[in-house]
Design a protein around this ligand. Structure first.
Ligand SMILES: [Zn+2]
Length: 361
């Protein structure tokens, strides 16, 4: 475990957004806008907040951020005595969430599978020495219904002009299809690093001297169902629960072979949301991930439960879910500490310090 690597990564995520300063000029157009509303007192803020839910409040600096629909809305807020300033950059995002992308109905901030892949491809065009895409395998649909389904695509970030070996960070999102935000989060993490590479020392250090592997969509078939509003969680394996059942598929997150099905926490019922699959590591998506990871992180310790990896072992693995507000580390199947458990505890607590989540084994 390389502490510095992940800590720097989280600092990127937490970095405060810095765009053009809000303008105090009254807007000339008809809205909508994102507005910073500066208040003089708590009661003034409370009155404004009782009429419209703020996006964000900073009591220390004395302002709240509101989405303001139109001129009447703007005047109403202004009449409460708040000093208003339009944030041009956030207003642009509000009006055009992601350019002209189609996005998920009702969730304009999240890109679809196709849009995510298009963004990944664009990153490789814009940053040819820093970004590339690796196809690590196929989804269940792609294998079983040719012409449908998806590749499992890993976005690799590293400066290819600087020779390795370099420590690797692997991040996976959206293994649970309906957890929309995880794919977007990991993709924006990549985009943020690339955007800051030219003038941010941390971003440059990350990309020059490490390899980042980001599997944005670990379960693209399921995600496609979720994007239609189905609250889909599992993959689309039609051998479980009936070929057309809306409860079909395996919970890929419970299909990985380590302690598979041994300690509760998963189900043997093919219709269950936590069905672990018929065989460990045998779903096409989980099998592809396992093969890729075993190659990326050669075993540094024997396959027992007690021998630690040498302290100079490098590499980190992060699986992003939504939502729990937790930073969790191994083991999950027993409260006993893992070998290297002390180091993982330190790392997990450090990560949680950055984002305010609860750290726990
Ligand atoms: Zn999950």
């Amino acid at each position: 475990m390389r502490l510095k690597l992940l800590v720097a990564g989280l600092m990127m995520v937490a970095q405060v957004h810095a765009g053009p300063l809000p303008s105090a000029e009254a807007p000339a157009d008809d809205g909508p806008w994102v507005v910073r509303a500066y208040f003089d007192s708590r009661s003034q803020f409370d009155l404004a907040a009782s009429q419209s839910e703020p996006w964000q409040v900073d009591h220390r600096l004395g302002y709240a951020v509101f989405e303001v629909a139109d001129r009447a809305d703007y005047d109403r807020l202004s009449a409460l005595g708040l000093r208003l300033a339009v944030d041009p950059e956030q207003t642009e995002v509000l009006r055009h969430p992601l350019g002209d992308l189609r996005s998920i109905p009702g969730f304009g901030c999240y890109r679809t599978v196709e849009e995510s892949f298009a963004s990944m491809d664009q990153l490789t065009v814009d940053h040819p020495t820093l970004a590339s895409v690796i196809d690590i395998g196929d989804s269940w649909n792609k294998i079983n219904h040719p012409g449908t389904g998806y590749d499992l695509r890993v976005l690799k970030l590293s400066n290819s002009a600087i020779a390795g070996p370099k420590p690797a960070l692997f991040i996976m999102g959206a293994v649970h299809a309906r957890e929309y935000t995880t794919a977007e989060t990991v993709l924006r993490f990549a985009e943020g690093l690339l955007a800051r590479y030219a003038d941010d020392a941390d971003a440059r250090w990350m990309l020059d001297h490490h390899e980042l592997y980001i599997l944005v969509h670990s379960n693209p078939d399921g995600r496609k169902m979720a994007e239609a509003g189905d609250l889909w969680r599992k993959n689309l394996n039609e051998n479980y629960c009936g070929a057309t059942s809306s409860s079909r598929g395996a919970d890929l997150n419970r299909n990985f072979p380590f302690e598979w099905g041994a300690h509760g926490g998963s189900s043997g019922d093919p219709c269950s949301g936590t069905f672990r699959g018929a065989n460990p590591g045998a779903e096409p998506e989980s099998a592809a991930i396992i093969t890729f990871l075993r190659n990326l992180f050669p075993a540094a310790r024997p396959p027992d439960l007690v021998t630690p990896a040498p302290s100079d072992t490098s590499g980190a693995f992060v699986d992003v879910h939504s939502y729990g507000r937790l930073v969790m580390w191994a083991w999950g199947f027993t409260p006993s500490g893992a070998p290297n458990g002390e180091a993982m505890t330190a790392l997990g607590r450090r990560m949680a310090w950055f984002n305010g989540y609860r750290p726990q084994q």
